[in-house]
Design a protein around this ligand. Structure first.
Ligand code: HMG
Ligand code: MG
Length: 284
């Protein structure tokens, strides 16, 4: 059976938008449970301004508190050098820079134009390379932007080209507000795949419109084999109005398994983690 990797982003993307400040121990318990599920990569931290995203302010404590399972890469978002330095001190196993294919979201989310963001990422990329830290890249709003409307696929391809040139080992393509359709995803992928092989890209689909699994399926047809997801379907970005949860890890598991792929994940642990994540949202 062919392998599909699910990259668990629940502890970061799933929790970052929660209004209740979730106690650090609860975050650690979720990561520790997820560490037994069979993931190769789990995103658990974000070294961004605590004024912008208060929920992620304890990222260093989360990284310090988890029980690390050998073979799992515990990942962190790093928008600038300050974030990069925080991630290194906290011993993140890999980092991610995150940009946008639309100017409106770039401004709202990281307070700069796309071109300025690429300039800011350059020293991070150089430092990551020097430190031997793998660096992933995100592109938000790959089909639709909450501020600018539909995104030109050529714009996504351009940002992807720049991030690959900086040394990102993989680019995660974000349908940030969950408005993509299998058609718009396929059109976008056709453009992006002109810049690199399918193995260089991952799908990061939010499920606002309930189409994320269909978009995963459309992406599989284009050769994509890595998908970001969050247990329990938690998530959203504070700077993307209307953005709701990431596609649920268990939903992606069920869809790709039904299609004949293997994920190497333990479905029972995913279910337990989904219950835990939902309770964290509810504040139980
Ligand atoms: P800025 O205001 O333009 O930058 O923010 P600044 O350099 O002027 O800094 C402002 C303040 O933040 C200063 O503090 C800095 O020291 C501090 P003050 O002097 O006001 O007290 N600061 C930091 N603090 C901690 N760690 C840092 C850091 N950098 C500056 N690394 C900045 C620019 C990028 C910092 C800000 O806009 C920011 O933090 N944005 C993050 C937004 C965010 O995290 N969004 C969610 C993640 S992205 C996402 O969810 C999408 C994704 O899932 C894919 C998808 O779905 O599409 C990845
Ligand atoms: Mg996201």
């Amino acid at each position: 059976m062919e392998y599909v990797e699910i990259f668990e982003v629940g502890p970061r993307d799933g929790l970052q938008n929660e209004k209740r400040q979730i106690p650090t121990e609860e975050k650690i318990a979720l990561v520790d449970l997820l560490s037994g599920a069979g993931f190769k990569r789990i995103e658990i931290a974000s070294f961004v301004s605590p004024k912008w995203v208060p929920q992620m302010a304890d990222s260093a404590d989360v990284l310090a508190g988890i029980t690390r399972t050998p073979g799992i890469s515990y990942a962190a978002l790093t928008p600038n050098m300050r974030g990069f330095e925080g991630a290194v001190v906290a011993k993140a196993d890999e980092i991610a820079i995150f940009g946008s294919a639309s100017e409106g979201f770039s401004k709202a989310n990281i307070n700069c134009t796309i071109a300025e963001s690429l300039e800011r990422f350059q020293p991070v990329a150089e430092a990551a390379k020097a430190a031997g830290l793998p660096m992933r890249g995100y592109i938000s709003c790959v089909t639709d932007c909450p501020y600018d409307g539909p995104t030109d696929p050529a714009q996504v391809a351009w940002v992807a080209k720049e991030l690959l040139a900086m040394g990102c080992y993989e680019i995660s393509l974000g349908d940030t507000i969950g408005q993509a359709t299998p058609d718009s995803i396929s059109t976008m992928l056709d453009a992006v795949l002109g810049e690199g092989e399918a193995s260089k890209f991952a799908g990061h689909y939010h499920d606002t419109s309930g189409r994320a699994c269909d978009n995963v399926e459309a992406s599989l047809a284009k050769g994509i084999r890595v998908f970001d997801a969050a247990v329990g379907g938690l998530g959203g970005c504070p700077y993307a109005p209307g953005a709701q949860g990431n596609v649920a890890t268990e939903a992606v598991y069920d869809r790709v398994t039904a299609l004949g792929y293997t994920t190497g994940l333990d479905r029972d642990i995913l279910e337990k983690a989904a219950v835990m994540a939902r309770q964290m949202r509810a504040g139980d």
